[in-house]
Design a protein around this ligand. Structure first.
Ligand code: AMP
Length: 432
C-alpha cells in the first residue's frame, strides 16, 4: 500500500498527517508531492475534491520546515479558498510549530494583518487584491519567497486577477519554485504557465472537463413560472445538506428569505457580505446549523464541506466550466453526491454548452421543451452510464395544482434517497 512514508517527510509533518487521518496519498498527491519535494515546477490540473490542497501544501510545509530561511506564497481566487488553504497548512504545521503564517484576504482587518506581517511570517496565503495592497504599502516583502503556488489559476483569470498576479510575481525572486494549479487548461493558462514556470512537469488527474463520477446528475425541465414550486418539491424530496446556486446576490437573498418563510433552514453566501459574516455562514453550514446554503458562484469553487449531499442549480452558471465546479461541492473525496439542474426554456442554450463541455463527443441534447405554448412532456433524456440522467418533465403542468406550503418542508416526500440529515450517504436506485 502506498503511504506518505515513501516521501521521507520531516517527522513533524508525518505526525501532523497522522493527526489529520491522512494515511494514503490521493492520486494527485502521489504525482505532485515528489515533484514538489524535488524542487520542480508543476503545472497541475485536477478535479476539485481530489486532495489538491495537500498536494501542494505538503511540499510547501516540508520545504519551510527543512530550511531556516525563505518563505512561501499561495495565491487563491477567493477569500474562502484562501482560508481553507490556510487551515490545511496550519494543520500540516502541527500544534507545536513556531513557524509563522499569515492570511491576507480582503474584508479582514488591515491592522491585524499588518501586526502579523511585522512578525515576518514564512507562509503567506491570500487573494491577489489584498496581497498587492500590502506590497504597495511596503508591509509585505517577498524577496526571499522562493516557493509560489497559484491555485485555481483559471478562476483567478476569470475574476480579472491576471494583472494583479503579474504585479505580485515581479516582487518575487526569479530563482524560485512555482506550482500552478488549474481546473481547466485553456490556451491562456498554458501561455501564462510559460511566463511563470520553468520547464514544468505537467500532471493531471482524471479529465479536467469531466464531472466526478460519484455525482449523480439529474436534469429537470420546467417553465420559469413553475420553477420555484419544482424547487420546493425537490427540497422536500431530499435530506442532507444542500447547496443551491442562483445567479445574483439579490436573488440569493430573496430566495433565502422565501425558503426560511416556509420552514427550510436556509442561509446565504455571496460577495456583498462582509468577510466576517461569510465566515460565520460557512462555519454554521459546516456545523449543520442550517441545511440549505443559497449561494452565488463565489462559493462554486474550493468550498470544502464534506457533508454537502446535493447541489441544486436553480439558475445555470454564466460560464459552462463553473457547472463542474459547482457540482464538485458534493461527492467530495470519493463520497456520493447528487446534482440537479432546473432548466427553463430560456436556459436551453446554456445547457447545451454545459453538455458539450461534459460530453464533447456526444450530439447536442435534444431540448423539446421550448418557450412556445406547445410544451412537450417527454423531457430530455441524457446520457446514461456516465452518471448523467434526464428526467421526464412535469414541472410546468404541476405548478397550479398545489402551493409550496402544502408539504412539510424537510420531509421525506416519498423519495427516501438519503437516510437522514447528516447521516451515512445511501444512494437509492432512483438516483443511480
Ligand atoms: P481538496 O481537493 O484539497 O479540497 O480536498 C478534498 C478533501 O479531501 C478534503 O476534505 C481533504 O481534507 C481530503 N483529503 C485530501 N487528501 C487526503 C488524504 N490523503 N487522505 C484523506 N483525506 C484527504
Amino acid at each position: 500500500m502506498t503511504t506518505f512514508e515513501q516521501f521521507n517527510l520531516p517527522p513533524a509533518l508525518s505526525t501532523a498527517l497522522a493527526a489529520m487521518n491522512y494515511t494514503t496519498p490521493t492520486p494527485i498527491q502521489l504525482q505532485a508531492i515528489p515533484l514538489g519535494l524535488e524542487g520542480k515546477d508543476v503545472l497541475g490540473s485536477a478535479q476539485t475534491g481530489t486532495g489538491k490542497t495537500a498536494a501542494f501544501s505538503i511540499p510547501l510545509v516540508s520545504k519551510i520546515m527543512l530550511s531556516p530561511r525563505g518563505s512561501a506564497l499561495v495565491l487563491t481566487p477567493t477569500r474562502e479558498l484562501a482560508s481553507q488553504v490556510m487551515e490545511v497548512i496550519t494543520q500540516l504545521l502541527g500544534k507545536r510549530s513556531f513557524i509563522q503564517s499569515v492570511l491576507l484576504i480582503g474584508g479582514d482587518s488591515m491592522t491585524k494583518q499588518c501586526a502579523k506581517l511585522r512578525m515576518r511570517p514564512r507562509i503567506i496565503v491570500g487573494t491577489p487584491g489584498r496581497i498587492n495592497d500590502h506590497l504597495e504599502r511596503g508591509n509585505l516583502i517577498l524577496h526571499d519567497t522562493s516557493f509560489l503556488v497559484l491555485d485555481e489559476t483559471d478562476r483567478m483569470l476569470d475574476m480579472g486577477f491576471g494583472i494583479q498576479i503579474d504585479k505580485i510575481v515581479k516582487f518575487l525572486p526569479k530563482e524560485r519554485q512555482t506550482l500552478m494549479f488549474s481546473a481547466t487548461l485553456p490556451a491562456e493558462i498554458v501561455k501564462m504557465s510559460a511566463k511563470y514556470l520553468k520547464s514544468p512537469e505537467r500532471i493531471a488527474v482524471g479529465s479536467t472537463t469531466q464531472a466526478m463520477p460519484a455525482i449523480t446528475q439529474e436534469v429537470i425541465q420546467v417553465s420559469e413560472v413553475a420553477k420555484y414550486d419544482e424547487l420546493v418539491t425537490q427540497l422536500n424530496k431530499r435530506e442532507g445538506s444542500i447547496i443551491m446556486f442562483v445567479k445574483t446576490k439579490r436573488g440569493a437573498d430573496k430566495m433565502t428569505e422565501r425558503l426560511n418563510k416556509i420552514g427550510f433552514k436556509t442561509d446565504t453566501l455571496h460577495g456583498d457580505l462582509h468577510q466576517r459574516k461569510r465566515e460565520r455562514v460557512i462555519q454554521a453550514f459546516r456545523d449543520m446549523k442550517f441545511r440549505i446554503l443559497v449561494a452565488t458562484d463565489i462559493a462554486a469553487r474550493g468550498l470544502d464541506i464534506p457533508h454537502i449531499e446535493h447541489v441544486i442549480n436553480y439558475d445555470l452558471p454564466q460560464c459552462p466550466e463553473d457547472y463542474i465546479h459547482r457540482i464538485g461541492r458534493t461527492g467530495r473525496n470519493g463520497s456520493v453526491g447528487s446534482a440537479v439542474c432546473l432548466i427553463s426554456p430560456e436556459d436551453g442554450l446554456k445547457w447545451r454548452d454545459i453538455h458539450k463541455l461534459l460530453y464533447p463527443n456526444e450530439p447536442a441534447p435534444h431540448m423539446p421543451y421550448s418557450p412556445s405554448p406547445k410544451r412537450g412532456g417527454g423531457g430530455y433524456k441524457g446520457k446514461s452510464g456516465g452518471g448523467y440522467k434526464g428526467k421526464p418533465n412535469n414541472g410546468g403542468q404541476k405548478s397550479g395544482e398545489r402551493s409550496y406550503g402544502d408539504k412539510k418542508p424537510g420531509g421525506n416526500g416519498g423519495n427516501n434517497r438519503f437516510k437522514r440529515f447528516g447521516g451515512k450517504r445511501t444512494p437509492s436506485s432512483a438516483a443511480a
